[in-house]
Design a protein. Sequence first.
Length: 323
Amino acid sequence: MRTSRFLAALGGVLAAAGLSACSLTAPRAEPVFQAPAAESAPEASPEPGEAAGGEAPAATGTPQVLRIAQVAGLSPIVVNGKGRTIYRFDRDSNDPPAATCVAECVKTWQPVLAPNGVEVDAGLEEDLVGSVERPDGDQQLTLNGWPLYYFHEDLSLGQIAGHGSGDVWFAVSPAGGRAEKSGDDPAPAKKPQVLRLAEVDGLSPAVVVNAKGRTVYRFDKDGSNPPRTACAGDCLRTWQPVLAPNGVQVGDGIDEDLVGVLTRPDGSKQLTLKGRPLYYFHEDLSLGEIAGHGVGDKWFAITAGGGKAKRKSTSSGGSNSSY
């Protein structure tokens, strides 16, 4: 059964940040969540109540959830309410709690926040859960003192792509330690980034997506000749560069000669299409979502030729072409 939402370990810290412990109400009972293996998992959605980039959600937002799950190849791990894997970083500190992943690091490893409180499932000790204040003032959840993170490439239930990264990032165990390999499962082969075309409701023509169907965008403030990115700093908390550390695979309809790479200031390799740097939008986590299209009148889903997709006409039932 899910335990009651705790106030002891976290309440004082959140209250100091302006989040009243009185707003935490008792959750409904639920069994311990068990996640299926990654290869058969459905797409995940953003955890309700958690605002990306530290933006405060509405007061009616739902609390963050911490659950225990079993995924293939690892001992039990901690996940959020949607089943997204949660990690710890060996270069952080747990006594006292301190987060060292800042600036460029947070575009890859996203802090687990709880602006609307926390619910803890059975099997997790409430006394081990707390929070630490980040440099920007956000309250990041901790487990046994270790700050908690998501990995930007984990978008589906049961994915553990960040486990073992740099030999310093690990899926976190219910006790706050590193999850351990289980059985004789071999390490998963690292896959190349995929760019392919997909028809998306509301846009025309087909737009570029990754292997999971996540929409890929372009930014009008970037340069294409030569390729240049204008998205840095806080921008990266909302718009994540499309990287290809293990190469790229191009699907039908996209000219391989139009695909290139741009070396970012941190040394990472960002994919480009016809010279345009490519990005994901932090609110797009499922197939067909286009929440970033038209943001600021500068961000647009990108077409096979590097142009902007256009909204389909609703008056005549037809559609406009990209340019």
